[in-house]
Design a protein around this ligand. Structure first.
Ligand SMILES: CC(=O)N[C@H](C=O)[C@@H](O)[C@H](O)[C@H](O)COP(=O)(O)O
Length: 234
């Protein structure tokens, strides 16, 4: 690629600097849930802005497009499929659609599991970079984080820890993985997955996270309700 200007290090990118030390709220509700759809997810995103979020993570081109229009914060977009194995933005085509819907950052599964198109994560990175957007690599292990950085990811998130071995995911967030990734990578590390309290979010930041992503505990009222109901029935 002679003649192509070398991009500045990702951590000096304003889209990343704006997220540093802050809370990204993941506004997602899959089909069948009461809050599914761009109308409700845009309202969630607006509420997150009012509460002090520095970024929004959103799923599906309809939600990404609507939230992009409604809020000024950076939007981390993704596209979940029903594929076995890799299911978060599994191909360059999915990533391009998410970027074209308005995502500033495209999140994609960077695990080594088989992809529906037989491609690799580097292909998704290249497609997103051609559109001038950044890539967040969703990983479950340190090795996957290192490979994602090598493949060109601009940041790595612990999103998939606990979800790739076929077992029941643990209840707690994987703060240990945050610390191990932060100790090994040069790109920013995001803490994501099962962060259910402000104290856990703080612990993730203290462990070296660039920023913290929280979804369920903020944007899933059915889960929040179940916590209260469970405490009363115990
Ligand atoms: C594993 C997977 O599919 N994670 C998804 C990734 O976008 C979302 O379902 C999560 O809500 C998001 O990662 C935030 O995590 P939590 O909702 O635990 O705060």
């Amino acid at each position: 690629m002679t003649g192509t200007p070398r991009p500045a290090p990702a951590s000096s990118d304003s889209r990343l600097l704006g997220l540093r030390g802050g809370l990204v709220v993941s506004c997602q509700a899959r089909a069948g849930l009461p809050l599914h759809g761009p109308h409700h997810m845009t309202a969630m995103a607006r509420a997150a802005v009012d509460g002090g979020a520095v970024g929004i993570r959103a799923e599906g081109t309809d939600d990404v497009r609507a939230i992009r229009t409604a809020v000024e914060l950076p939007v981390i977009g993704l596209w979940k499929t029903d594929d076995p194995g890799v299911f978060i933005t599994p191909t360059p085509a999915h990533a391009i659609a998410v970027a074209e819907a308005g995502a500033d950052i495209v999140a994609a599964d960077a695990t080594a599991r088989p992809r529906p198109d037989g491609g690799d994560f580097a292909g998704t990175v290249a497609a997103v970079h051609r559109l001038g957007r950044l890539v967040m690599a969703d990983v479950a292990t340190v090795e996957e984080g290192l490979a994602a950085q090598e493949a060109g990811a601009d940041m790595v998130s612990t999103t998939l820890s606990g979800y790739t071995d076929g077992g029941t995911p643990p209840l707690d967030p994987d703060i240990g993985l945050v610390a191990r990734l932060a100790g090994r990578l040069t790109v920013p590390v995001f803490a994501e997955g099962r962060i259910h309290s402000p104290a856990q979010a703080r612990a993730a930041l203290d462990a070296g996270a660039w920023a913290v992503v929280v979804g369920t505990a903020i944007t899933a009222p059915q889960w929040i309700t179940a916590q209260f109901a469970g405490a009363l029935s115990a």
